[in-house]
Design a protein around this ligand. Sequence first.
Ligand code: SF4
Length: 228
Amino acid sequence: MNRRERFEGVLDYFLRHQPHADTELRYETPFQLLVAVILSAQCTDKRVNLTTPELFRHYPDAAALAKASEHDVYRLIRSISYPNSKSRHLVAMARMLMQHYGGQVPADPAELVKLPGVGRKTANVIASAVFQQPTLAVDTHVFRVARRIGLTVGARNPLQAEKQLTRYIPESLRGRAHHWLILHGRYVCKARKPLCSRCPLTAWCAYYERQEKNRSRAERKKAVRRTA
Ligand code: SF4
C-alpha cells in the first residue's frame, strides 16, 4: 500500500465516523483557548479543564491577566505541570497582547509565535481552531500516530512531520485531522502500548502490517520446528 492510499483510508474513515472533531479544552474566547493551550503543554486536557474555570474567573481576558502578578497566577495553576514557567509565560503573553495587539489574539501564526509561551504547535492550533486557517499542529500524539500508521516516513521532528502531513491532507481537513490524530493517540494508539486489537485503522496501518508479518513469520517457524 502506498502512502496516498493510507491517507485516503484513514481520512475517509474519520470523515465517516467522526465528522465533527474538536478540542477537549474548554474555553469561551480566543484568548481563553490560547491560555488553555499554553497550559496543556506536558499536561492533560482534563487537568487543564479543572484549573481554567477559576483562572478565567479571575482573569477572563488579556487586560486582566496583564495586571496580574506571576505569583497570583502560580497559585491558581500550581496543580498543572511546570507552573513556574507557565505563570511567567501567561503574564508576559497577556502584557504583550496589550502592548502590541490591542488585547486581541493575532490570527497570523508568524505573530502568534512571538508571544511568550507560544511555539509553532500552539500557534497552529490557534490559527486553525479560532481563525480557520489551514494549519496543522503536530503535538506528541499526532507525531507518534502519524509515524506508526506510515502517514509520515523518517520525519525526525514535528516540523518535518507537519510538512509531510500537509502535503497529503487537503486544507479543508487539516483542522479536523489534527483532532482526529490527537484523539486516536490519546485513547487508542497509546504511547506505551497501542490498542491495535480495538483499532479501526488496522487496514491502513504500517505498524500493524509489520506486527502481523512478524507474527505469521514466527508461527511458520514454529510449525517448521514442530514437523522437524
Ligand atoms: S493499528 Fe495499532 S499502531 Fe496502528 S493506528 Fe491502530 S492502534 Fe495505532
